[in-house]
Design a protein around this ligand. Structure first.
Ligand code: TYD
Ligand code: MG
Length: 452
């Protein structure tokens, strides 16, 4: 037996170093190097007999028909993955603790009646899983469950069961016997993922890896993990709210623009197929300080309610606070209103909230944001049949936004009567709109047109 070899790994980016260093030369983080045992295998340097050598081939000779996608029962996941599951793909599914990762994956395992599924849990006991299954209220006779954290044992079971779909909850709990460092460390995570990737490619089993997220909001484990897998899905939302968003940050089989929306209920996650209807408060009484923004999340039009409260500051320094919206953007919009349009907001507290607890970044929300602020500040009600889509520039001009036709059509579909957009959006983009389209070029025009 050769001597045990150790090396130091940056826990942030995975950089390897023979000695301990205080600052990672690659990612610049401090104090992230941890000693881990590595076992250098002497084999692998020469091509082994088991690996098939591949030859260079003409691109025109390549065969694309290999990817027969499997339809997923869950429509949101189906769409986010780019239209179904590709056999042999490796998908990393990340999210904060308690957001609902295990719930969504177990639901997928139970609903997918056309596939044989193996759900491996290293985090929960049999009783916990059973209780959750009862709570979800589905049953799949072809779904197997395994409580195991040793990767080699899992691989043995995989040979026997040959599932179509494998779910690992979570990659940070697995240990491979070849590596002696603790579960969740960079080298363990990397080794286990490499072995599972090999298994997925050889067997054609689609593999979902649940991954934890660090405090900073990135997937725990090295960046190399994201390079290795085919898709990276992220599950996000506010734990205290019921809505959850499913996004892709990498997808080798489709676009990363798709967005899935779920609602956490007592009996699991429900797909939200018509999100705009729930993100707008259906109130009979109309209040000042709210405006509806026609936003896009990826390729999906979404109408959301923006709520603002502007009141005289009680303390010397006015407070600005937002939920679901970038606070720097709010400060910028307030400065534009103050400087370019003469509204006295400098001495007011301003609070801004996107209904439903979701976080959005579409610049087209600007117009609705300033409308909500002005509506609250002047105590004038914006009729609920109007919505807005436009970006506000530093000189108070309303700038055009992308995919205006989809936004207008979505607003019309949901029964809005009027929409305010930028004058600079090409009129050819909006053909036969079914609602009244107001085109404006400046914030002042908005105010005079809305409130007279
Ligand atoms: P979980 O899937 O365990 O989160 P993760 O695996 O991402 O850590 O879900 C945790 C939360 O979801 C838990 O706090 C309770 C809630 N929940 C429901 O509200 N309804 C349900 O039907 C289930 C199963 C969970
Ligand atoms: Mg979990």
């Amino acid at each position: 037996m050769s001597k045990i070899k150790t090396a130091f790994f940056c826990q942030n980016c995975g950089t390897q170093s023979p000695k301990w260093v205080g600052k990672c030369p690659s990612c610049g983080e401090w104090n992230t190097f941890v000693e881990e045992v590595v076992q250098k295998s002497t084999e692998g340097l020469k091509p082994s007999a088991s690996t098939r050598m591949s030859k260079p081939r003409l691109i025109s000779d390549l065969n694309a028909g290999d990817h027969q996608r499997i339809p997923i029962v869950d429509q949101e996941l189906h769409r986010v993955l780019g239209g179904g599951l590709v056999p042999g793909s490796l998908i990393l599914f990340g999210g904060e603790p308690g957001i609902g990762k295990s719930t969504l994956m177990l639901q997928l395992a139970l609903k997918q009646l056309n596939l044989s599924v193996l759900y491996v849990s290293g985090e929960e006991s049999e009783e916990q899983i059973k209780m959750r299954v009862e709570r979800l209220g589905f049953d799949n006779p072809r779904c197997l469950v395994l409580m195991e954290t040793a990767l080699e044992n899992i691989l043995l079971h995989l040979e026997d069961t040959q599932p179509d779909l494998l779910i690992i909850d979570s990659i940070q709990t697995l240990t491979s016997s070849g590596i002696e460092s603790s579960p969740g460390s960079v080298s363990q995570v990397r080794e286990c993922t490499t072995k599972l990737m090999k298994f997925a490619k050889e067997s054609g089993t689609a593999v979902f890896l649940i991954g934890h997220i660090t405090k900073e909001g990135t997937l725990a484990g090295p960046k190399v993990l994201e390079h290795m897998v085919d898709c990276v899905l992220q599950f996000e939302g506010d734990r205290h709210h019921i809505y959850r968003l499913l996004r892709t940050s990498k997808n080798r089989f489709g676009s990363t623009n798709e967005l899935g929306i779920y609602e956490m209920q007592g009996t699991g996650l429900r797909e939200v197929s018509n999100p705009s209807e729930i993100l707008i408060n259906a109130q009979s009484e109309q209040l000042s300080g709210t405006a509806i923004a026609a936003t896009m999340e990826g390729l999906r039009p979404l109408l959301v309610e923006i709520q603002a409260l502007a009141s005289t500051a009680v303390y010397g320094t006015p407070q600005r606070s937002t939920t679901g919206f970038d606070i720097r953007r709010l400060n910028m919009l307030l400065a534009v209103l103050e400087k370019r349009c003469g509204f006295r907001l400098g001495m007011k507290d301003v609070f801004l909230n996107i209904a439903g607890g979701i976080r959005l970044e579409d610049p087209a929300m600007d117009l609705a944001v300033i409308t909500a602020i002005l509506s609250s500040s002047e105590d004038l009600v914006v009729p609920s049949s109007i919505c807005f889509a436009g970006e506000v520039g530093l000189s108070g001009e309303i700038r055009p936004v992308t995919r205006i036709e989809q936004r207008v059509n979505e607003a019309a579909k949901l029964g809005f009567k009027e929409i305010y957009i930028s004058k600079f959006n090409k009129s050819s983009d909006i053909k036969n709109a079914e609602i009244k389209v107001h085109r404006i070029s400046k914030v002042e025009e908005l105010f005079s047109s809305l409130f007279g």
